[in-house]
Ligand binder design. Sequence first.
Ligand SMILES: [Zn+2]
Length: 436
Amino acid sequence: MKMILLSLFVLVTLNPIMIPAADLTNSAADSLSTSPRADTAVIAGADSAAQSNFIYPMPPERMAKLIAYSRFNNLWRFLDFFISVVILLIIIYGGLSARLRNWASKISSKNFFVYFFYFIFFMIVMYGLNFPFDYYRNFAIEHQYGFSNQTFGAWFGESLKSLGVGFVFGFILFLILYWLINRFRKWWLAFAIGSIPFMVLVIIIVPVIITPLFNKFEPIKNKELGAEMTALAGKAGIYNPDIYEVDASKQSSKVNAYFTGMFGTKRIVLYDTAIKNFTVNELKFIMGHEIGHYVMHHIWYGLFLGVVFIFIVFYLADKFLPPMIERRKNRIGFSRLGDIAGLPLLLLFVTVFSFIFQPIQNTASRYFENQSDRFGMQLSGVTGDEAATAFDKLSVFNLSDPEPSALIEFWFYTHPALKKRMDNVRKLYNELHPGV
Ligand SMILES: [Zn+2]
């Protein structure tokens, strides 16, 4: 499951843009920042992994783990899709969605409350059916591979918090969507245009209101390092940058960093796990990479792609779904697209469409990542080997496959394969410093 029910509506549709997805690697299936998983120092059981030579080169047991974890993740990408589809089909064809709508309309005859209660019921059903899979992927597996030592209670608490957040954002979108469907013939056009200010607003508020519900964001504790990072931002023309250290180790030992926000909430976030385990020069390269996203306005391009995606997927939904509903109306218990009981059908359509077309968005994303790697090399001035070591560490710490199959990379990876990036930064360094 993509993270909990934010995925439900908001994220299935508006996915790549709004989430300050941990940026540096392809965090499999769990990229949503509101709920990164796992805990620190589990790696090799070392307290100060940075000083320990244990990790580099990767010991054979760790390599075996990496291979097993990567295989699992590749399989899970398909299973996850399959599970989502089956759950939605059950809700639609079991007539459950129609029943939920009927229950909601028994509670109140006012439209708003029918929508409200239907959405609550629907979220609870989705959450319940998804829960075993969510638990298995994001709790059990992350513990098994030593990324997490969060207690079940802490994990479950965050899961419920995500559900709450998902409810608020999801309900607003749900109201707007069905209001438009029931009033305008070209509702898909209105929804795509209307989603622009909505997404902008969400990107603005998520880093200040939502992510702090899950983690603590503070200025970088190591003052010297903080000054280095600020100076680097200054070199790129960003003065008074917001640079945060987040206590990501609370959930996972995975290392990462990201850039997010818009207008006044733009910020670069470094995981405490990265700060602890990376050298200053490695962090400078990572910082340079994130500054690249910042100054090249990648969030806006991502948003643009998201809007185009919404436009196309809902346009097609408007063409294809009504005849399908008409043929099956007795079975499914709703007869028009504007009936809220059709929500799972709409979600199913979006899920399938996203799965098929994600290579397009991912190809664009990998292009932006490449640009940022180049920018990071230019700005940070670190050597090719130092930058390559940063990628090497990402692979070792996060158990991410440096050389996935071409098809897996093309279809699922938001970032180029780590091996390619390592080769690339070495080449870039030679380009930037001819004759060295
Ligand atoms: Zn990036």
